[in-house]
Design a protein around this ligand. Sequence first.
Ligand code: GLA
Length: 393
Amino acid sequence: MIVRELLKDFYEKFYVANNKCNVFFAPGRVNLIGGHVDYHGGFVLPCAINYGTYLVISKRDDNEVYGFSKNFKDIGILGKGFDNLEYDESDNWFNYPKGIIKNLIEKGYKISNGFNMLFYGNIPNGAGLSSSASLELVILTALNSIFDFKLTKIEMVLIAKEVENDYVGVNCGIMDQYAIAFGKKNNAILLDCKLNKHEYVEMDLKDNKIMIINSNKQRKLADSKYNERRDESYSGLKIIMEKANKKNISELKIEDFEKYNNEISNETERKRAKHVIYENNRTINAGKLLKENDLANFGKLINESHKSLKNDYEVSCDELDYLVELMIDDDSVIGSRMTGAGFGGCTVNIVKENEIERIIEKVNKNYFEKFGFYPSIYVADVGDGCKEMRLES
Ligand code: GLA
């Protein structure tokens, strides 16, 4: 249905007779556990969701590139040749296609024609569900296909991450791009961010569903304290690694932290290191519990993860804490935590399916009473990674 509508919109915006067009989709992702450990080479457990970004694309006969986003209708059609691909604040969302194109050209991939693009995303922007990584990956998947670059998934992941880090200027880890490329229906991805290798863990949620609650407290990842946290945690972790004689953060055990943490004189750095080591070990355990289908204990680790992100890593906020509080007090909730970078954005929750309506009502009412605005609530399925869509769908 969505695809048919987008094709209609595409032809209205960019009518070019007889031009073949293709449709691609890249999901958003939600991280079940493993918050702020990817950039330290730890383990994370995200999954792709059935919300994401659609792209209709068609080659042109010239060398111009045009894009229209249904999410930013007011901006209209943006267009550029291949000659000016530098980042430009005023280009807004169009910087993402520009960044990807620039990166591909610099790597020697030959983009032989221009093309028209129409985008539509149903993930909330800047809410911690990776709308930007989804946009990067949908573009890469499309260009890879229509120009036959033969890029592998991991190559696309690394290009998208490079664009985010060096072109957009957000110093993120690899989790978002990886989960979006490698997502698999009904599976979580236990990803080792040091080796960039994953294992799928089947998610049998039984009579439960994933509920994502957007606090609607906007956060700006690039402006946030993300980089500051990275640096603070690294300083403490370095001390423990040296003392424990371990080369990688992912090898650090809880015992190492308990034995050597008093060597870290700065209290903030100690707390940051504590979160990373405990969270990494929690994620490994959570992966095991999910494999064993032990949802109750899996949920407990999700709750602990939130506490640690709140108290030790200090990346939560009142709105997220309140949402988690409302959920963990409810018998129909298996686990609840903030997800993504934090400082606003979303919580991820595992809830009993037949209690969803009641929970939505309760959360809306209480949250509005406390903050004067509503959250947005999504019930999500675990979906596939980026792919081409069949046109008849
Ligand atoms: C953002 C980043 C990820 C990861 C999370 C926190 O989503 O893009 O790389 O660091 O924050 O877990």
